[in-house]
Design a protein around this ligand. Structure first.
Ligand code: NAD
Length: 292
């Protein structure tokens, strides 16, 4: 069994991004600029946003954190998004989820210009992904295919089973795995909460991608010997032995599943670090598209 070390690969990606940023600057061009909108102060969101801003600094990006109270009116947020769409200094921006209940996710996603949608959530970007056209790939799915690619995992003709059909992970990663690209060209099965006899599907998977948010729900009896397993899930499980009072866990029972796998991602240190690196890669690609 080989660990798909997202931490190591994301470090490589960040170094590559840093070199590209230095090159842009040495040519007299400006550094990529990413903005992050944070509404409210959900603790997990604060952590994610903090590490996005820190990683920007590390690779030489300019970053702007825009904070709003959770009471902000939807119309005011949409107005601010429109301003960011029209800000020539800004190469991309994201709105950290979850948003407060009174704000429509769909309205917010639709308001972001597809040209600055470095999270890859806008319907135009998702449509372009489906059609194998140049697009900002959603950061987590982009991170997953980059991880598979860097480990040279064969995908052509393989059966990939994805559990989860969310618009940010399950659905786009399924599109990336099925399309005529590298990695890609898999036969893809998408499972979800209404799938009957989940195990009968997962047992056929050469590559199993799990993104359900159901902590440690995939057990060894659901996985084929030699499968590649990508665990996207990340949740906090109470653990009195930890200083923080919790440990991080994935959607897969790692200890019993890992011995059956050819490759598997750990949690943490698998898909998570790849997501931030992919977001920065998108922002850089956006800049390159503009300057070339
Ligand atoms: P979501 O809740 O939007 O979607 C979950 C999907 O799983 C749904 O499509 C649902 O149909 C399916 N599902 C739920 N229970 C199921 C079951 N018992 N059997 C089969 N399918 C089932 O979640 P999401 O946003 O896609 O995130 C999934 C997980 O990935 C969460 O743990 C989230 O925290 C994590 N995540 C991690 C990263 C990262 O960077 N590591 C990024 C995004 C999400």
């Amino acid at each position: 069994m080989i660990l798909l070390d997202g931490k190591k690969i994301s470090e490589q990606l960040l170094e590559e991004i840093k070199v590209d940023v230095e090159k842009l600057k040495s040519e007299g061009k400006k550094a990529p600029h990413l903005a992050v909108i944070l509404v409210g102060n959900d603790p997990a969101s604060e952590t994610y946003v903090g590490s996005k801003v820190k990683t920007c600094e590390r690779v030489g990006f300019k970053s702007t954190l825009i904070r709003f109270p959770s009471t902000i009116e939807e119309s005011e947020l949409l107005k601010r998004i429109e301003e960011l769409n029209n800000d020539p200094d800004l190469d991309g921006f994201i709105v950290q989820s979850p948003l407060p209940k009174h704000i429509s996710d769909d309205k917010v996603i639709n308001a972001i210009s597809p040209a600055k949608d470095v999270d890859g959530f806008h319907p135009e970007n998702l449509g372009r992904v489906a059609l194998n056209m140049p697009a900002f790939l959603p950061a987590t799915p982009f991170g997953i295919i980059t991880l598979l690619d860097r480990y040279n995992i064969p995908t052509v003709g393989k059966h990939c089973v994805v559990i989860g059909r969310s618009h940010i992970v399950g659905l786009p990663v399924s599109l990336l795995m099925v399309r005529n690209s590298k990695p890609g060209n898999c036969t893809v099965t998408i499972c979800h909460s209404k799938t009957v006899d989940l195990k009968s599907h997962t047992l056929q998977a050469d590559i199993l991608i799990v993104a359900t948010g159901q902590t440690e729900s995939v057990s060894a009896d659901m996985v084929k010997e030699g499968a590649v397993v990508v665990d996207v899930g990340i949740s906090r499980v109470p653990d009195a032995s930890k200083k923080s009072g919790f440990r991080l866990a994935g959607d897969v029972k790692f200890d019993e599943v890992a011995p059956k796998c050819s490759y598997i991602t750990p949690v943490p240190g698998g898909v998570g670090p790849m997501t931030i690196a992919s977001l920065l890669k998108n922002t850089l690609e956006g800049v390159k598209r503009k300057v070339n």
